[in-house]
Write a protein that binds this ligand. Structure first.
Ligand SMILES: Cc1cc2nc3c(=O)[nH]c(=O)nc-3n(C[C@H](O)[C@H](O)[C@H](O)COP(=O)(O)O)c2cc1C
Length: 395
């Protein structure tokens, strides 16, 4: 309940009385149940991850594509630079947060997935959040690479249905492992790649957080486990967080809300493209074979018009990639035109500020940054305080 206390000449301080609960994930505890959604290709590096952890949340580094640059000529370059960048970001974030709750988001669909898991374990990441495919073998991988100087990371799969959650529970429990938490990410509102194969499923009630979170909580109870469920997708403010807690989630994961913060590692052009965006937010088909949510820009319009887009040589970043397959077929002269586009280059371009020549991933709330951020730079601390309902608004 809001209590407005009027102080002196018109200064109003808004105090929201109900404090958010803390969140335990395995052995980790955070004061506030807010997890930063990992945003890869360099959007969530150490500075924002540490800022969220320092504000009492869980700070996730997007662990994919960190080392990619114009100098990346082939797969070997990609693996080598990703490795050194990921190591550096984890150790910097741990240092900047005084050994805080720092984790890494890794995508099953990438070719260097296992290598990245190894690095996360070796560098002492506190947790691994993993989706874009079911992370069925993640426990075996972390076991294989465990180092005595670090505790094993807590493992957090991302799912979009309770059925996928149950599959992971069954598979992991064969080795006596259970997830430290689940992230339920709804394709209806989340940003980036969406966890359904058919774009026509997006928007269906069966994929809403209101449906899937209680279903997964029940599934977990059926197995007699105590595993927190973290809701993700379209969560914007404290009222949204309160609603998620009411339906059984114990935490929330947010990404889009942090996109334009001072500490977010995107270029200023990327942030401005969000803040001043007037284009619609659309669902497009990614070369991974999954739909993805993004801002419609010139790149999207060229794709839509059927233009062949060749952003540069393939560095073999994904296990399954429509664009790579089409390059092979084109070289063999079996087709005339490349299909889809190179995703790592498209993400890199926008991240570096070339915002009309790549994909601008965003959540369904991407346009709300327009009203919230105009003419002002928000820090991660301000966003965290707003989410917790502890910010002081002077009017
Ligand atoms: C720009 C952007 C990049 C993202 N990159 C990743 C990623 O690399 N891996 C992943 O699992 N999720 C990714 N996501 C999804 C977020 O981590 C998060 O779960 C989701 O966007 C939550 O919804 P929200 O953005 O409405 O808060 C990305 C989201 C955005 C907006």
């Amino acid at each position: 309940m809001d209590l407005l206390v009027v102080l002196f000449s018109g200064i109003i301080i808004k105090i929201v009385s109900e404090k958010l609960p803390s969140l335990r994930i395995g052995r980790l505890e955070a004061e506030t149940p807010i997890v930063l959604g990992g945003m890869s290709s360099g959007l969530t590096r150490s500075s924002i991850a540490a800022a969220v952890a320092n504000e009492g949340g869980f700070g996730t580094i997007g662990g994919v594509g960190l080392g990619f640059s114009e100098k990346t000529k082939n797969h070997r370059d990609l693996i080598r630079t990703n490795e050194s960048e990921l190591r550096r970001e984890i150790s910097d974030a741990l240092e900047m947060s005084n050994d805080g709750n720092i984790g890494v988001n890794l995508m099953v669909a990438t070719t260097d997935y296992e290598k990245s898991v190894k690095i996360a374990v070796e560098e002492g990441a506190k947790y691994i959040v993993s989706g874009a495919g079911l992370p069925l073998s993640l426990p075996e991988m972390t076991d294989k690479y465990k180092v005595s100087s670090h505790k094993k990371p807590e493992l957090i799969p991302i799912v979009s249905t309770a059925r996928a959650g149950e599959l992971i529970l069954r598979r992991w429990s064969r080795n006596d492992v259970i997830p430290a938490a689940f992230v339920v990410e709804t394709p209806n509102t989340a940003g980036g790649h969406l966890g359904v194969s058919d774009a026509d499923d997006i928007g269906k009630n069966e994929y809403s957080l209101e449906t899937v979170v209680p279903q997964l909580v029940k599934t977990i109870e059926k197995y007699d486990y105590d595993i927190p469920v973290i809701a993700a997708g379209g969560i914007w403010d404290k009222a949204d967080i309160d609603n998620m807690l009411k339906i059984g989630a114990r935490g929330v994961q947010l990404a889009t809300r942090f996109l334009a913060t001072k500490e977010c590692n995107a270029s200023q052009a990327f942030k401005d493209r969000h803040v001043y965006n007037i284009d619609p937010i659309i669902v497009m088909k990614s070369p991974v074979g999954m739909p993805a949510r993004a801002i419609e820009n010139d790149f999207m319009r060229r794709l839509e018009a059927g233009e062949e887009i060749d952003l540069g040589p393939c560095v073999n970043c994904l296990r399954v990639c429509e664009h790579r397959e089409s390059r092979v077929l084109k070289n063999q002269k079996k087709i005339e035109k490349l299909s889809s586009f190179c995703i790592i280059r498209a993400l890199y371009n926008v991240h570096e500020g070339n915002v009309e020549n790549g994909i601008l991933f965003t959540g369904s709330n991407g346009n709300r940054l327009l009203t919230d951020w105009e003419n002002e730079v928000f820090t991660t601390a301000q966003v965290m305080q707003a989410l917790e309902g502890t910010e002081q608004n002077e009017e």
